[in-house]
Design a binder for this molecule. Structure first.
Ligand SMILES: C[S@@+](CC[C@H](N)C(=O)[O-])C[C@H]1O[C@@H](n2cnc3c(N)ncnc32)[C@H](O)[C@@H]1O
Length: 266
């Protein structure tokens, strides 16, 4: 008997808004670590064309603005509306990872904790779409739970699992990317709760010359980064974001950030 099809798109409409509202108001330790890992790759570059697939309410998309022009896409319309209200410098699109807007090329495509929520049967189409839009030499950056953490989540904490919560093996990613000449550049595991490798950071690159020899990928466990992660309620951050929103005349967004509760704008 096959399992009933899960309507992930329906599930994520409100879920992504709720999670995004939380992450705009208080720092998410996973995001904080991702910022450091991304900085190691993109630091010093400021004119890139970036596509953030599965952006949710755009907390990380807004952060990516320092590296260039950001297009951010998610199939949750309410989450995208919140992103538009809080990060007007980002071009937000409502849409599916399996149907990306045609005709554009990007230097960097990011999927931060998205692939594990895409059923394996749909991943081939998603990688085809992404590879088509990745410029020569462009980078594909993914973060997903470590497969052991996915197993633990589904087994021990199913209430925290999302509608689609599928393990992602590095080999799955390499198999999906290889037909498009997109190959591994760096692999790191990282954790937010000192509970062993919880997440994996996978950076791939589209080879400029097909068949070109690629240097051996860098692999490590990014444990020391943890010490540099900010935690806490993020009041200073909320005030900074609210001041920026007020300066831009976005009074609803500013008031919501300062209040720290109530219905999010968008
Ligand atoms: C765990 S959230 C991560 C959000 C954001 N990237 C972050 O790191 O905060 C996964 C996001 O992927 C989106 N998503 C999942 N499958 C998608 C698909 N096939 N097309 C577009 N968005 C998708 C969901 O709506 C959700 O916002």
């Amino acid at each position: 008997v096959s399992a009933p099809a899960i309507d992930a798109e329906a599930f994520y409409q409100e879920f992504s808004l709720a999670v995004g509202a939380r992450d705009w108001r208080a720092p998410n330790p996973r995001h904080e670590l991702l910022r450091l890992l991304v900085a190691e790759r993109l630091g010093g570059r400021g004119r890139l064309r970036l596509l953030d697939v599965g952006c949710g309410a755009g907390v990380m998309s807004a952060h990516l603005r320092r590296y260039g022009a950001v297009t951010a896409l998610d199939f949750s319309a309410p989450a995208v509306a919140l992103g538009r209200a809080l990060a007007p410098g980002v071009r937000f699109l409502v849409g599916s990872a399996a149907a990306l807007p045609p005709g554009e090329r990007f230097d960097v495509v990011t999927l931060f904790d998205v692939l594990e929520h895409i059923p394996p049967a749909e991943r081939v189409a998603v990688f085809e779409q992404i590879a088509e839009r990745l410029a020569e030499g462009g980078e594909l950056i993914l973060s997903t739970p470590h497969p052991r953490f996915s197993d633990w989540l589904v087994r021990e904490a199913p209430a925290l699992a999302q509608a689609v919560e599928e393990r992602v093996e590095l080999t799955d990613v390499l198999t999906l990317a290889a037909p498009h000449g997109v190959v591994l550049d760096a692999y790191e595991t990282y954790d937010v709760d000192r509970a062993g490798p919880q997440y994996q950071f996978i950076a791939l690159r589209r080879a400029v010359t097909p068949g070109a020899r690629i240097a051996a990928p860098r692999t490590r466990h990014a444990r020391p980064l943890r010490r540099r992660v900010r935690r806490g309620s993020g009041i200073a951050r909320r005030v900074r974001l609210a001041a920026a929103a007020a300066r831009a005349g976005r009074w609803g967004a500013a008031a919501w950030l300062l209040r720290g509760r109530g219905a999010p704008p968008g």
